[in-house]
Design a binder for this molecule. Sequence first.
Ligand SMILES: Nc1ncnc2c1ncn2[C@@H]1O[C@H](COP(=O)(O)OP(=O)(O)O)[C@@H](O)[C@H]1O
Ligand SMILES: [Mg+2]
Length: 452
Amino acid sequence: MSLRHRLLALIAVLLAASLLVGSALTYWNSLQKIELEMSSALGVGENSVRDAVVPLLTGPIVEEQLQRIITSFNGDRHVRASLLSPDGTVRLQSHVKMPAAPAPEWLIWLLTGTEHTTNLDLPNGAGRIQLQAYPLNEVTEVWDDAKIKLAIVGVFCGLVAAMVSITLGRALKPLEELSSALQQVGAGDYEVHVSETGPHELAAIYRGFNTMTTKLAVAEQTNRRLNEQLNTVQDEERAEIARDLHDEIGPFLFAVDVDAQTIPALLERNAHQDAAARAQAIRQSVGHMQTHLRSILQRLQPNTLLDLGLAHAADQLVEFWQTRYPAITFDVECSDQTFGPKIDEAAYRILQEGTSNAVRHGKPSRIELSTRKLESGALEVRVTDNGAGIRPTARKGLGLAGMRDRITLLGGTITVEAGPNGAGVTVRAVLPIAEQAGKHHAAYEEDVQDRL
Ligand SMILES: Nc1ncnc2c1ncn2[C@@H]1O[C@H](COP(=O)(O)OP(=O)(O)O)[C@@H](O)[C@H]1O
Ligand SMILES: [Mg+2]
């Protein structure tokens, strides 16, 4: 059963109950009133008959006078007078004024109590005058009264029911809208909004719903963008690894192959020293390849790298670029602290992307990397270069957007602006960190060991 029908049924039950109680009280009152009315009407009639009969006591009974007494009751609404002969037969009877639309039989039956009759004997055994209470007019009055009251109550009930129905209909309409909106959200459509009208309790719910869907839509968009970035970054990463393998490992493999080919010929010629030199060259090439492989693996898995701390990871990062760009001066100032895997990784990614951007786009002579805990308790990560700076025509890449998303998700802020002297670029991120974070790396490791 809908809420509207329930409320309407409840109102109907309440109204029926009050109607029942009201009817019982009205019935009881009416019974008393009719009883009182009848006996007083009969009293008045009795007095007037007695007064009229007094002159008859002294002289002979004049028929005309008797008839006048009876007809004086003609048109009375509550009393009927009858002239009875000594044997009880009715000789004359007054006409009671009848109501135009008498009350129904059942009501008359319900409201007519004991029959009120008074007999007044005439002198010299000339019969008697009988007065009878006649309640039909009184009952009809009660009935007419009740009909008006019933009509008023009926109109009132109808109006109340209509008002409740309209008010509830209006108040609940947005709820129906909300229910279908919730279904849409369940189906993954976060663009849906409901109107924030109606009673303020419900309007607050609608407002909350709209805020929720807006946030969900933003979260979904961010999620989608991060996924796209992830794919692009992965593609870029793969291309870079392929390039690295080709450029760094390829020549050494070629060298190893050449050296290995020459060794048998040298041995045939008994040029043992030269062969040993070639073997040494092969070892050197393998050593170079091992170093490159390690750095590639570390870039692929920063988590393993971060196990040894953010400062260590930053050193490795700088080493990676330093071998490729020996002309650049790197200045690293990273505190030997750990802030938990999430923050550490986010900080490392900023250092990684900031440095890679500086090297690739800025052509600087100096790059500074730093991480430090601010007085506010937050972690500041900064990469500054003195390169060409971001050109006004620079395209919107995924690197900076990815950093921004990553930091925003962790509740931090990031700014990318010109360097201290207006040259180069400074990337500065501030990450909020948990209370217990920010321990020195060694202490953190001890903690982990303890928990294990
Ligand atoms: N340190 C920097 N020096 C000069 N230009 C930069 C620097 N960092 C970013 N840019 C410019 O901003 C653009 C967007 O960078 P980014 O979002 O990292 O994308 P991507 O590196 O893939 O091009 C770059 O293409 C480059 O033009
Ligand atoms: Mg980039």
